[in-house]
Write a protein that binds this ligand. Sequence first.
Ligand SMILES: Cc1cc2nc3c(=O)[nH]c(=O)nc-3n(C[C@H](O)[C@H](O)[C@H](O)COP(=O)(O)O)c2cc1C
Length: 343
Amino acid sequence: MADLSTELCGIRFKNPVWTASGCFGYGREFADVFPLSELGAICVKGTAPEPWVGNKGTRVVETPGGMLNAIGLQNPGIDYFLNVDWPWLREQGATVIVNIVGRTVAEYVAVARRLEGSGVAAVELNISCPNVKEGGLAFGTSLKGAAEVTAAVRKATSLPLMVKLSPNVTNIVDFAKAVEDAGADAVTLINTLLGMSVDIRKRKPVLGNLFGGLSGPGVKPVALRMVWQVAGAVKIPVVGIGGIMTGADAVEFLMAGARAVQVGTACFVNPRAPIDVINGIAAFMAETGVSRVADLVGAARPAAGAEGNLPALGREAGTKPAKVATGETADALRQFMKDSDRF
Ligand SMILES: Cc1cc2nc3c(=O)[nH]c(=O)nc-3n(C[C@H](O)[C@H](O)[C@H](O)COP(=O)(O)O)c2cc1C
């Protein structure tokens, strides 16, 4: 029997497949489709100290490779979660990670404090929220903001602390290192990529909010590249998210260095997607003779010591690779990057 369990932040999750925040609600709509206890974990919708109403107008639009959303982080607030959703989720035997949103550092801290001792497994900070004290610049796109909110929540809670990174930055590695230094126990990435859509008949933007977050299979290569970069740069575990639709997609993220993955947009297309992903990973393991999922983690990465020879994405200009990489993976990667220069 294959061992699908994965260990992160001192917790052993029964498998590495979690549902992504905002794409699975609080699980109620899915509980008739499969037992929620079958999931590695559920990351619930971003939760604020008070209820948030969300954006007006059109909030979701399909794109060729996924969807754009501008929900505006609508949520019923921490009191509702603790009084209504959490007791129900507990009854289902679900492992729950609470995604936290806030407009100020104090708001993130307030939610984290309320969760202390509640029995939830961990908190995940969604730092892609506008920081009202920095003129609306998202916490996750300012190194100072990202570090500040992480350090403040670190002080406020003894729960495992995951920080969910925004991909809308020049160098995601800098952000991963900043939150690691500020006390994060793990990083999860990626959140959505900023995009927009225009209605050519109405001659105006489709989304009421003008811009929205792009997710789904179209973002997978970007997410995978960022997971690869971050996994090679930080010591804390990495959780990969972005366009995962199948077990094979998930295995790619695990092999790039993710210790767990989250399934988001796929749940809108196929409510059984997270279970299909779990079964797909198990089938891949059976087919290729892998008995522990942990053996897939980082399997596509070069052996320790050979990393310096891989293409210098994210490395400072002018620094030289240290040693010559060997092996088929390294050769294939070098060839791929050479080919990709053409695009
Ligand atoms: C409708 C919708 C709502 C989302 N809400 C949240 C949220 O509340 N907090 C958060 O951290 N991420 C949120 N996300 C981002 C997802 O959790 C995930 O990071 C992103 O969609 C990329 O994964 P995917 O391509 O598998 O969907 C939301 C995404 C969608 C599509």
